[in-house]
Each structure stands twice: as structure tokens, then as C-alpha cells.
Design a protein around this ligand. Structure first.
Ligand code: PMP
Length: 427
């Protein structure tokens, strides 16, 4: 029933109604970027046509209206992920949000102080020293790897990682073997953008708590697709991107527990984030403004507010069930095609709405071009996870990913084409 209910949503997405290379478009690349429904496009346009103004500054009517709408969007996004509005700071994208956390911890490590209202927590809580350890997994997107490499290099801390197995998977026991009382921060993806594995978040949070480490959750592939309650999960920080959840590009979300955000020194400084400035120094506003230096992506935030409203009315459990059903169909179909090696959890195991695979004897880019010639959009390459691909003995893979607007027919069209890839290349 849910499948049929959500199939009707497809008509809300104008972009999907087109032909590509003479075939009706089959869009299976939502893990890279999602398409936007008319209500999201209209919300941004309507804001720009009627209420656009600089927020938090002007005394004029438009400025007040724009500010109210901007803050309503923040509140909507906060509700959507189980956070308070002041725990949500706008950023350029998820990559930027992760860098913001790393910059702030770097500043604390250089002895910069945090702000007021930090509930007993001071910036020293975050300072890293030689001998301290940061932990990530071998499956991370580069966005949740390189900022920690850089932070380690700046502070003398050591970056360690939870290794993955031959399918690209890791377990809580693998993490327990790496985390020690030297671990100060653990950063990991809630859902892998390559394997589709769902991380054991509560167990990871408990593991971090047992050694007093901070947790950073890369929620890029979870926030758009499954119910998410960051407060209940108990993570310290999280990051996700608007463009993967039916919203615009140019907008990412940083989540941090209020008392932590307020205790951190900002990594970036400038206008709109201060209380007092002299020629000698500055005092900073509490979160979220202390992490929002300069003019913000206001119309984009308004559009994201509309996007989360759309996802809520679709029903977040319904979205998850819809994607589970399509992912199972994708997985089972691909598993039945000779010459394909599927990455990630096996048949029947929990996986997000994506499947990455290698085609024996065919480069992923060639496979992608063949599929494109049939109107099918998939992702090819290392998906910003080179270490993971290297561990799997691959340089690239093909990834098909689904979202609310995909149908069983999309999956079946893709599977029929996928079954012909090796034949097309003479294998
Ligand atoms: N982490 C994961 C798991 C992702 O899938 C992505 C996007 N591919 C990112 C981080 C980075 O997102 P963005 O490029 O929007 O900053």
C-alpha cells in the first residue's frame, strides 16, 4: 500500500518528466543529489518574490518577515531531526559542517576560549594534544575523513580507523578493538553512501561515552531517508546536506548539542556572529549564530523548511518502507545477474536504498555510459570513498540509489539494462 501511495508522489517532481537519450528518464542517483518537488521550488521562489531581505538586521518589515521565515525553517529542520533550534547551524553543505566542527576543535586546541552559557563545559574540553586519538571508519566519505586527518596533523593527535571486511562492513566489536581511553572523538556515517550499511549508532554512542569521547555522526544518507532523532541517539554533533533531502544546494546543516556548541570557539569569524567588537578583539553570540558568520543562505533555508514538511507529509516511516522495498528489489535483481559483485550487506540484511556493484571486466564509467544511453542515471566512480574502494580491491563502482519518487518500474527498467551490460561489452 505504501508503495502505491508514494508512487503517486512522482508527479510532484517536474524534472522526472523528461526523456534522456530518447528514453524516459530513470533517476537512480539520489544518494548524490535528490530532485526537488514543486512545493520546494515554489517556496523558494515565493520567498524571493515577496519577502527576500537581509535577516537579523534591518528594522524594516521585509527584514522582519524574512527573519521570521528563516527562523521558522530552522525550527522545522530542528524538529525533523530531534533537535532544538539553537542546536542547528546553517552551513554551505555537510562537508562544510564537518569542517566547522574540526576548525572549532582546532581553535580550542590552540587555546581559544569558548562562549558564555556553556553549562560548565569549557573549550578546554575539546583541546587535542599529541597522544590523543581520533577514530573514524575505513568506509567514510572523504568529507568525514580528511577534516579529521587535517585536525590530527594540526594538533599532533593520531587518526585511527575501524577497518572494514571484504564486503565493506564493520561491527561494534571492530570499533571496540580500536577505541581506547586515548580516543577523544569518534566520527562515522550513520548510513554508508557506498555499502548502504546502517551503523550501530546507540552502541557507538555508548562506546564513546565509556571513554569520554565525542561523537560526530555523518547523517547525509540517513536524515533524508529514515526517521532520525539526534537527541534520542545521544550523538554530540551531526552533519547533513539539504540537496540530498529534496532541498537546495548551497545549504548544509550542523547539529551540535547546545552546551557543546556554546562552549566551542568558532572556527570562522566575521559579521552577524558577535556581541561586541573592539580593535583588540570580539565577543561571540551563542549558538547557532556563533557558527553562522556572514550572510546566510536564506532562501535555501526556507526551501529546506518546505522540503522537510514534504517529507513529513509523505510519512517518514512510509519513506523508509518504500525505500526498503525498492532496495530489496534492486539487490535481489542485481544478485541474479551473472558477473556482478555486489558491495555491502547481503540478501535480507538491513540496507539503505542503494546498491553499489562492480561489473566484471567492465569499467564503472563504461557501464554508467551504457546505462545513460538508455536514459538511466546512476553514479559511477569511487563515490568520495577511495580508501573503502581500495580495501575492496576496486578503483570504482556503479551505484544505484532510490528515493521517494522512484517506482518498481524504475528498478525493473534498470535491472533489465544492468543484465545487458556485460553482453554489450562483448563479455
Ligand atoms: N557524507 C556522505 C555519507 C555523503 O554521501 C556525502 C555526499 N555524497 C557527503 C558526506 C558530503 O555531502 P556534501 O557534498 O553535500 O557536502
Amino acid at each position: 500500500a505504501t508503495l502505491q501511495a508514494l508512487a503517486d508522489l512522482r508527479a510532484d517532481f517536474p524534472l522526472l518528466d523528461q526523456t534522456v537519450n530518447g528514453h524516459p528518464l530513470v533517476y537512480l542517483d539520489s544518494a548524490a543529489t535528490a530532485q526537488r518537488p514543486s512545493v520546494v521550488l515554489d517556496a523558494e521562489r515565493d520567498f524571493l518574490e515577496r519577502r527576500n531581505a537581509a535577516v537579523h538586521r534591518g528594522a524594516h518589515t521585509l527584514a522582519a518577515e524574512a527573519t521570521e521565515e528563516f527562523e521558522q525553517a530552522r525550527a522545522a529542520v530542528a524538529r525533523f531531526v530531534g533537535a532544538r533550534p539553537e542546536e542547528i547551524a546553517w552551513q554551505l553543505n555537510a562537508t562544510d559542517a564537518l569542517n566547522t566542527i574540526a576548525f572549532a576543535i582546532g581553535a580550542a586546541s590552540r587555546g581559544r576560549g569558548g562562549g558564555a552559557g556553556s553549562e560548565g563545559i569549557t573549550a578546554r574540553r575539546f583541546a587535542l594534544h599529541p597522544g590523543d586519538e581520533l577514530v573514524v571508519t575505513e568506509a567514510e566519505h572523504h568529507a568525514n575523513l580528511i577534516p579529521w586527518q587535517e585536525l590530527a596533523a594540526q594538533t599532533g593527535a593520531t587518526l585511527r580507523y575501524v577497518p572494514v571486511d571484504d564486503d565493506g562492513l564493520w561491527t561494534i566489536d571492530d570499533a571496540r578493538a580500536v577505541v581506547t581511553d586515548k580516543t577523544r572523538l569518534i566520527a562515522f556515517a550513520h548510513v554508508s553512501n557506498v555499502t548502504g550499511m546502517v551503523a550501530p549508532v546507540p552502541e557507538m554512542v555508548a562506546l564513546a561515552a565509556s571513554v569520554g569521547a565525542l561523537t560526530v555522526l555523518d547523517a547525509c544518507q540517513s536524515a533524508p531517508h529514515r526517521p532520525l532523532d539526534l537527541d534520542a541517539l545521544g550523538v554530540d554533533f551531526a552533519a547533513f546536506s539539504a540537496h540530498k533531502m529534496l532541498g537546495p544546494t548551497g545549504l548544509g546543516v550542523l547539529y551540535g548539542r547546545r552546551e557543546l556548541l556554546n562552549a566551542l570557539p568558532p572556527g570562522r569569524t566575521g559579521g552577524s556572529m558577535i556581541t561586541t567588537v573592539t580593535m583588540e578583539g570580539a565577543e561571540f553570540l551563542p549558538a547557532p549564530q556563533r557558527f553562522e558568520a556572514g550572510t546566510q543562505p536564506v532562501s535555501q533555508a526556507v526551501a529546506l523548511g518546505a522540503a522537510v514538511g514534504y517529507l513529513e507529509s509523505a510519512g517518514r516511516d512510509a519513506v523508509l518502507e518504500h525505500e526498503r522495498a525498492l532496495a530489496a528489489r534492486l539487490y535481489d535483481g542485481l544478485a541474479g545477474i551473472p558477473g556482478l559483485r555486489l558491495i555491502g550487506p547481503g540478501a535480507g540484511a538491513e540496507r539503505a536504498g542503494l546498491v553499489a556493484f562492480d561489473v566484471a571486466g567492465v569499467h564503472a564509467h563504461d557501464a554508467g555510459q551504457y546505462l545513460d544511453s538508455r536514459g538511466i542515471a546512476v553514479r559511477v566512480g569511487h563515490h568520495c570513498a577511495q580508501p573503502l574502494h581500495r580495501r575492496l580491491g576496486l578503483t570504482a563502482s556503479v551505484r544505484a540509489s532510490v528515493y521517494v519518487y522512484n517506482t518498481e518500474a524504475d528498478v525493473d527498467t534498470f535491472l533489465e539494462a544492468a543484465a545487458g551490460i556485460r553482453h554489450y561489452f562483448g563479455l
